[in-house]
Structure formats: structure tokens, C-alpha cells
Design a protein around this ligand. Structure first.
Ligand SMILES: Cc1cc2nc3c(=O)[nH]c(=O)nc-3n(C[C@H](O)[C@H](O)[C@H](O)COP(=O)(O)O)c2cc1C
Ligand code: SF4
Ligand code: SF4
Length: 266
């Protein structure tokens, strides 16, 4: 027996876009429980039993965040729920998150019923500065309009597929990124003059990849490049590759810093 009418939404979020989406759905659908993917990985809780199961996450390098992949490998479904996924992103359709997700799910003889991109704001600061406020507001307006439709579709168990273009190129790009995982955090540095030792960078890290020495962060070469540490630092003491100084840090306006922290390590 499933829990009748129950929806479980697994989310992954470092600057709040995906948490905002998960919350939006929680407010509009009956009996929704939100579960943080890093916390489920940390607690070793992988069994799920519900009528509907959703996954909300950012697009990372044209596909899934590495910890979402890890979770999908481990999750097991007690029943056959309606499955949906929403990838929040800066630029939709360039990517293959749902194809890759279905590859994980097919090992469990499951497939997505509903899949949507939702364009919000890119938090990939090493590439370019955060969008201007007017652009963020326009994107938020369109996103909310689309989300209302998505909520309705999920409520009705609708099927929904979506475009995913240049699939081979996207696969190569994502694989190449995965290959760099052990060296990604060599790009980070901390300005110890600015750092006030608040510990937020350590607490947001979903991999427990930051320890602190004399109060300042030291990266441990096990980074998934979520960029949570870069964006959350209240004094902008963290830089990535010498290119993020002066660029605007980002957090979704409806999400508080404390809602993005994990306290399971360190
Ligand atoms: C490592 C990394 C890679 C990213 N790659 C893409 C991408 O390929 N396409 C895209 O549209 N956005 C990309 N983004 C932007 C995020 O997907 C987008 O800002 C997302 O909404 C952030 O969600 P969050 O606030 O819940 O973490 C990337 C962000 C990061 C940190
Ligand atoms: S070190 Fe920073 S970018 Fe890397 S996983 Fe931790 S919070 Fe994310
Ligand atoms: S979040 Fe910033 S100020 Fe706080 S400990 Fe980390 S680097 Fe220092």
C-alpha cells in the first residue's frame, strides 16, 4: 500500500532556486513532504513510498548534479509512484538531465512521467556575473506562471516530456566535468583579511568538503562544484579562479541563508 495522496519531493539546492520550486509545489499540492538530497545521502535513507515522487534540482554542466546522480543510483521505490522532475537552470533545453535520469530509473524499471525545465537565474558565477535585478524579476514572473501549470499537471498525473537538444555534445561536456572532480576546488581561494570565520561556507557544503583552519576554509578535494560556499559567504571572501571578484553573489529572494545550510558534518 502506498501512503494515499502523499507526495515526496527530493530537492537539491545551493542558492535557493530549486528549494523555492519545491516549496511552491508543497504549497499547492496536498500532503507534500520535502526531503533534502544531501541529507538523505548523509543519513543513508534511500527507500521511498508515496503516490508521487518528485526531484527538483539545478542543471549542472548540462545534466544532473553529481550528488543527484549518486542519490538516483541508491534510491529504491517501494511502489510504482507517479514520477516527476524539474531542472532549474539559467538556459533551458541545452542539456540532457531527464535522459540521464531515466537511465538511472530504468535500472529500477521506472521512468519519469513528467519532466520540465524551469528557467530562473544562473548561479554559475565563474562564467559570468549574476543577471541584473530587472532580468531576475522578469524570469521570476515567467517561472511562477509556468510553475502554476506544472503544479496542475502533477496534481492530475499528466505525462509531460521536454526537448533536450545536442545530446551527445552535452554528454561529453558532462563527462569531462565529472573527470575533473578531484581538482575543481583548486580554483577556490579565501581572502583571510576579509573572512570573519562565521563558518557558513563549511555548513552549506553538501559534501563536507570544507574544514577550517584558524577559522578560514580549506577545501579537501572532494568538491561537486555546487558553488554554495562561494555564494553564501556574507563578506565575499571566497573567490573562484580569480574571476568572481566584484561579481554579484546570488540567492533566491524567498529563501533564507539558514535554509540552505547542512549541519551533518564538521
Ligand atoms: C557547476 C554548475 C553548472 C551549471 N551548469 C548549468 C548548465 O549547464 N545550464 C544551465 O542552464 N545552468 C547551469 N547552471 C546554473 C544552475 O543550474 C541554476 O542557477 C540553478 O537554478 C541553481 O539552482 P539552485 O539555486 O537550486 O542551486 C550551473 C550551475 C553550477 C553551479
Ligand atoms: S566546496 Fe563549495 S562548491 Fe564544493 S561542494 Fe562544497 S560548498 Fe559546493
Ligand atoms: S563564509 Fe566567508 S566569512 Fe564565513 S568562514 Fe567562510 S570564508 Fe570566512
Amino acid at each position: 500500500m502506498t501512503d494515499i495522496g502523499k507526495t515526496i519531493i527530493y530537492y537539491y539546492s545551493s542558492t535557493g532556486n530549486s528549494l523555492y520550486v519545491a516549496r511552491f509545489l508543497q504549497e499547492r499540492l496536498p500532503d507534500v513532504e520535502l526531503r533534502s538530497i544531501p541529507e538523505e545521502l548523509n543519513n543513508g535513507r534511500f527507500e521511498v513510498k508515496a503516490d508521487k515522487v518528485g526531484f527538483v534540482f539545478p542543471m549542472h554542466y548540462l545534466s544532473l548534479p553529481l550528488q543527484v546522480e549518486e542519490f538516483l543510483e541508491k534510491v529504491s521505490f517501494k511502489e510504482s509512484p507517479y514520477l516527476f522532475a524539474i531542472a532549474t537552470c539559467g538556459v533551458p533545453y541545452w542539456g540532457r538531465p531527464f535522459l540521464d535520469m531515466n537511465a538511472f530509473l530504468s535500472k529500477k524499471r521506472r521512468q519519469l512521467h513528467g519532466a520540465w525545465f524551469l528557467r530562473l537565474v544562473s548561479n554559475y558565477l565563474p562564467y559570468r556575473d549574476t543577471a541584473a535585478q530587472w532580468r531576475i524579476s522578469i524570469r521570476a514572473w515567467f517561472a511562477e506562471r509556468k510553475l502554476k501549470g506544472i503544479a496542475k499537471a502533477i496534481a492530475q498525473n499528466d505525462h509531460h516530456d521536454t526537448w533536450q537538444v545536442l545530446r551527445d555534445m552535452c554528454r561529453r561536456y558532462h563527462e569531462e566535468w565529472r573527470g575533473r572532480q578531484k581538482t575543481i576546488d583548486e580554483n577556490f581561494s579565501c581572502d583571510t583579511e576579509k573572512c570573519n570565520s562565521c563558518g557558513m561556507c563549511q555548513r552549506i557544503c553538501p559534501k563536507g568538503n570544507i574544514v577550517r583552519s584558524d577559522g578560514h576554509p580549506v577545501w579537501q578535494h572532494n568538491c561537486v562544484e555546487c558553488l554554495g560556499c562561494l555564494h553564501i559567504c556574507p563578506v565575499e571572501a571566497i573567490d573562484y579562479g580569480g574571476v568572481t571578484k566584484g561579481r554579484r553573489r546570488y540567492r533566491h529572494k524567498d529563501i533564507l541563508p539558514k535554509e540552505l545550510l547542512h549541519d551533518f558534518r564538521g
